[in-house]
Structures are given as structure tokens and as C-alpha cells.
Ligand binder design. Structure first.
Ligand SMILES: Cc1cc2nc3c(=O)[nH]c(=O)nc-3n(C[C@H](O)[C@H](O)[C@H](O)COP(=O)(O)OP(=O)(O)OC[C@H]3O[C@@H](n4cnc5c(N)ncnc54)[C@H](O)[C@@H]3O)c2cc1C
Length: 429
């Protein structure tokens, strides 16, 4: 992709994952001059290395409206990115293996059905009849027949190419290190000193987006989530639905070529979250869980493992919507390890917010204000100058927030994992 510099864009997007590229694609299609800035290569971070689950099943209800819109868009992928991304609606089966968790499954079934999500309730005997490869462990399950899976290695970069073909300028190897707001314009500076400006800015910087939100006085603490995926050698195709477990950190699917992909546990990341790797102990645990649920997997060789990094919010739900502090600033981040499905709709919704001033999709539960730190009554208004020119008042305000900057690294992840909230949260994909 060409590395052109554009000083006069209508919109700047930071982050070339599926969220940023889908946004750039929709904006460009509506004739806006959009420049997307990506630190590495577009589509190679979480969006290109994930597990490939396209799942509405088990979503937090605040995310369900955007998830349902996104799912409909996966059927239209050929008209968006030129091919189907290997998306197949094979279903998503959410299982429960203890009575305490069964309440959660039941609650989701009732509430999501009310919102119009098509689900099928399956008791143990029906599970055994439909899925003879499953052990007797699961007590019951909920199947979402129109969920499925796709190939992230193809889909991630494809959104970038489609955006570029529609007229967006994608600038790779441009790490944005500084951002500020002056004269109704967002100003960004890259590591190599290039600068970019536009009246509208979209923050789609994945696991690193909390820090960027902080440049504009609304920091959000994101804890790195480092899912680890293992893949077996190919087996005859039998396992249609993607499997997930209520309250359990385990998920599994079979590709159409036959390989079984499954994930469990967290890998390890460097402090800047730019590099990550699987941890052998938790991979071993994941393999044991796979065998517990699908006994035929015993002795099947694992041929590859990998990890990637996403950003977790403290309540497990993403941020999609306008800034609270700066007109023209929009956020879409904090996807908690399940933003691949959402990507296409994130682009459509953010574009509607920018161009139409609103969206028909209910995103009321995704607003950034739920993370707003308590401010002093006398807090200064939003910063409107380069940080080098800070006044005493704004320096004091920034100082008060500096402890809330995006923490990265495995220690911080452990802190979050230790919290009750994180322990109770599903790690489904
Ligand atoms: C191993 C794994 C498995 C997963 N499985 C699933 C799944 O099965 N289903 C599902 O729905 N989701 C899954 N996810 C989550 C999903 O991949 C992410 O939620 C989604 O891809 C997030 O998209 P994004 O565009 O926000 O982030 P990313 O794809 O991470 O893109 C953000 C981009 O911003 C760039 N960036 C950051 N800071 C800067 C800066 N300062 N300057 C310039 N560029 C910057 C980064 O380089 C990156 O390319 C998984 C994630 C992982 C890691």
C-alpha cells in the first residue's frame, strides 16, 4: 500500500484493524476523503490473527443490537470486500456443564430471544443425538444457527484493500505518537514527525486505543487480552458449530479443511503489548478441556499455536460512539476478544454517526461516558492546544488522570484476571 501523506483529509482514522478499515471503507464509499494511519500493516494485529468466530450467541445484551446488525452484514461480505471471507453460517453452540451456570444460559436465552435473536434450546439428550462426538459432560446448550466462522487472515487485510479501492488513503508504518485538538482540528504527529490534520478523528487503535482517548481527556483503562489458539492436523469434517462454554474459557471449531482450532487461557505479552506468545502450561490445560468435551481428540497432533492482543474494558463491553469531550472525535475499541464479528457494523455505525449525526442501531450501552473518571467541579474544559503549550490548569487535570493511562503487560492482565468481574466474564470468541 502506498505511503502518501495527506494533510487535508475530512477524516483521520487511527488503526488499520477491521474496525478502522471498515470505517474507512464506509466513509470513502460515501465520498469522504479519509486517511487511515496504521503503525504496522493493516489487518495484521488482532483482526488478522483471531480465532475466526462470528458469534452473537452469549453476547452481553448491550452489544447485541450492533452484533445482530454485524451478523447480517457478514452475508453481504462479497459486496463489501469482494469475496465471502470464507464465512460459513455453521452455528454457534454454547454449552453449560454445571447447574449454577445453567441460570446464565437460561437468562441469555430468554432475553436475547426477546430481542429477536433466533436460538434453539437443547437438553442433554438432544445434544447427544445431534452431536455424537460430544462427551456426556455438557448438561444443556443453546444453539444460534446463523452464527458461524470466517477466515481472519483473509478478512482482516481484505477490509483494508477494499477501503483503499474505494478511495481511502491507507498509510502504513505510521505510528501516531501524539494527538491534540486546536482550532476545531485534530492534529496528529507520527513517530517519524509527519503530521496529519482533519476536523474528524476516529480512534480504532485496538488494544492501544485507551491511551489515544487519553490524549483527548477521556482515558479508558484497557487491559491486554492475549487469547491463545491451537490448531490440530486435519481430521474428517464433523464438528459443524463453533463451540463455546458459559463461564468457561474455552472455544473450539473445525475448519472446512478439517483442522480443529481451539483456544483457552491467556498467553504472555511484552510490556508494550506489541509481541505475544502462548504459554505451554495453559495450552496443555486447553488441550485437556478439548479432550474432556470431545474424547476423540485424544492423541490428535497439534501442529501450530499462536496468540494476538486485544483490549479489555473493565465491564467486558466495547466502546462505540462519539467522544464526550471533543466534537468530531469518535471511538470504536475495547472489543474484549470478540470484536471480529462486530467489525463490519462498527464501520457502518461510526460512519452514520459522523455523516448523519446518529444511527438506527442501539449503541446506548456502549458509550465512553461509563468510564468517565470523577472530575473536580472546577475541572478545566477540554484541551484545545498542543500539549507543549499546556496551561497550569490543564497540566493539573492531566496529572490527575495519568494513573488511568492504558496499562500493558502480563502483570496488569493478572490484576484484572484476579478481579471478580474478570473471573465471572466469559472468554468466548
Ligand atoms: C487470538 C485472538 C482470538 C480472537 N478470536 C475472536 C473471535 O473468534 N471472534 C471475534 O469476534 N473476535 C475475536 N478476537 C477479537 C478480535 O480479533 C478483535 O476484537 C478485533 O479484531 C479488534 O479489531 P480492531 O480493529 O479494534 O483492533 P486491531 O485489529 O488490533 O487493530 C488496531 C490497529 O491499531 C493500530 N494502532 C494502535 N495504536 C496505533 C498508533 N498509535 N498509531 C497507528 N496505529 C496504531 C494497531 O497496529 C492495529 O493494527 C480475537 C482476538 C485474538 C487476539
Amino acid at each position: 500500500m502506498s505511503a502518501r501523506m495527506s494533510l487535508k483529509s475530512d477524516v483521520l482514522v487511527i488503526g488499520g484493524g477491521i474496525a478502522g478499515c471498515a470505517t474507512a471503507l464506509q466513509l470513502a464509499r460515501r465520498g469522504w476523503k479519509v486517511t487511515l494511519l496504521e503503525r504496522d500493516q493493516a489487518g495484521v494485529r488482532a483482526s488478522g490473527v483471531n480465532f475466526g468466530g462470528v458469534r452473537q450467541n452469549g453476547r452481553d445484551l448491550r452489544e447485541l443490537p450492533i452484533a445482530m446488525r454485524a451478523r447480517a452484514m457478514w452475508d453481504e461480505l462479497p459486496s463489501l470486500i469482494g469475496f465471502d471471507g470464507e464465512f460459513r453460517a455453521t452455528g454457534n453452540l454454547r454449552l453449560v456443564s454445571d447447574e449454577d451456570r445453567a441460570v446464565q444460559l437460561d437468562n441469555f436465552f430468554t432475553a436475547a430471544t426477546k430481542q429477536g435473536l433466533g436460538l434453539v434450546w437443547l437438553e442433554r439428550a438432544e445434544l447427544r443425538a445431534r452431536y455424537p462426538w460430544l462427551s456426556g459432560k455438557p448438561l444443556r446448550g443453546v444453539l444460534c444457527p446463523n452464527d458461524g466462522h470466517a477466515n481472519p487472515r483473509l478478512v482482516g487485510p481484505a477490509f483494508a484493500f477494499a477501503a483503499q479501492e474505494s478511495g481511502a488513503t491507507i498509510i502504513e508504518h505510521a505510528e501516531i505518537t501524539e494527538g491534540w485538538y486546536a482550532n476545531a482540528t485534530f492534529q496528529l504527529r507520527a513517530l517519524d514527525n509527519r503530521t496529519f490534520a482533519a476536523p474528524v478523528l476516529v480512534n480504532c487503535a485496538g488494544a492501544w486505543a485507551g491511551k489515544i482517548a487519553g490524549w483527548f481527556d477521556e482515558p479508558v483503562t484497557l487491559v491486554p487480552e492475549i487469547p491463545q489458539v491451537q490448531v490440530t492436523e486435519p481430521l474428517p469434517y464433523r464438528i459443524e458449530p463453533v463451540l463455546g462454554f458459559v463461564g468457561g474459557d474455552f472455544y473450539l471449531r473445525q475448519t472446512l479443511r478439517g483442522n480443529i482450532l481451539f483456544g483457552s487461557g491467556q498467553g504472555r505479552a511484552t510490556a508494550d503489548a506489541l509481541r505475544s506468545q502462548p504459554l505451554p502450561e495453559s495450552m496443555k490445560r486447553g488441550a485437556q478441556i478439548a479432550i474432556d468435551f470431545i474424547p476423540d481428540l485424544a492423541h490428535v497432533p497439534i501442529i501450530r499455536t499462536w496468540t494476538g492482543v486485544d483490549g479489555d474494558t473493565s465491564d467486558g463491553v466495547c466502546v462505540v460512539g462519539p467522544s464526550e469531550t471533543h466534537p468530531g472525535l469518535f471511538h470504536a475499541f475495547g472489543f474484549n476478544g470478540h470484536g471480529f464479528l462486530l467489525g463490519p457494523a462498527v464501520g457502518a455505525v461510526v460512519t452514520e454517526l459522523i455523516l448523519d449525526g446518529g444511527t438506527s442501531t442501539d449503541i446506548s450501552g456502549l458509550a465512553i461516558d461509563r468510564f468517565r473518571p470523577r472530575r473536580k467541579a472546577s475541572a478545566a474544559p477540554a484541551r484545545a492546544q498542543h500539549p507543549d503549550e499546556e496551561t497550569e490548569a490543564s497540566a493539573e487535570e492531566n496529572g490527575a488522570q495519568s494513573t488511568d493511562h492504558c496499562p500493558v503487560g502480563v502483570d496488569q492482565h493478572k490484576q484484572a484476571a484476579d478481579s471478580q468481574d474478570a473471573a465471572e466474564r466469559d472468554q468466548d470468541r
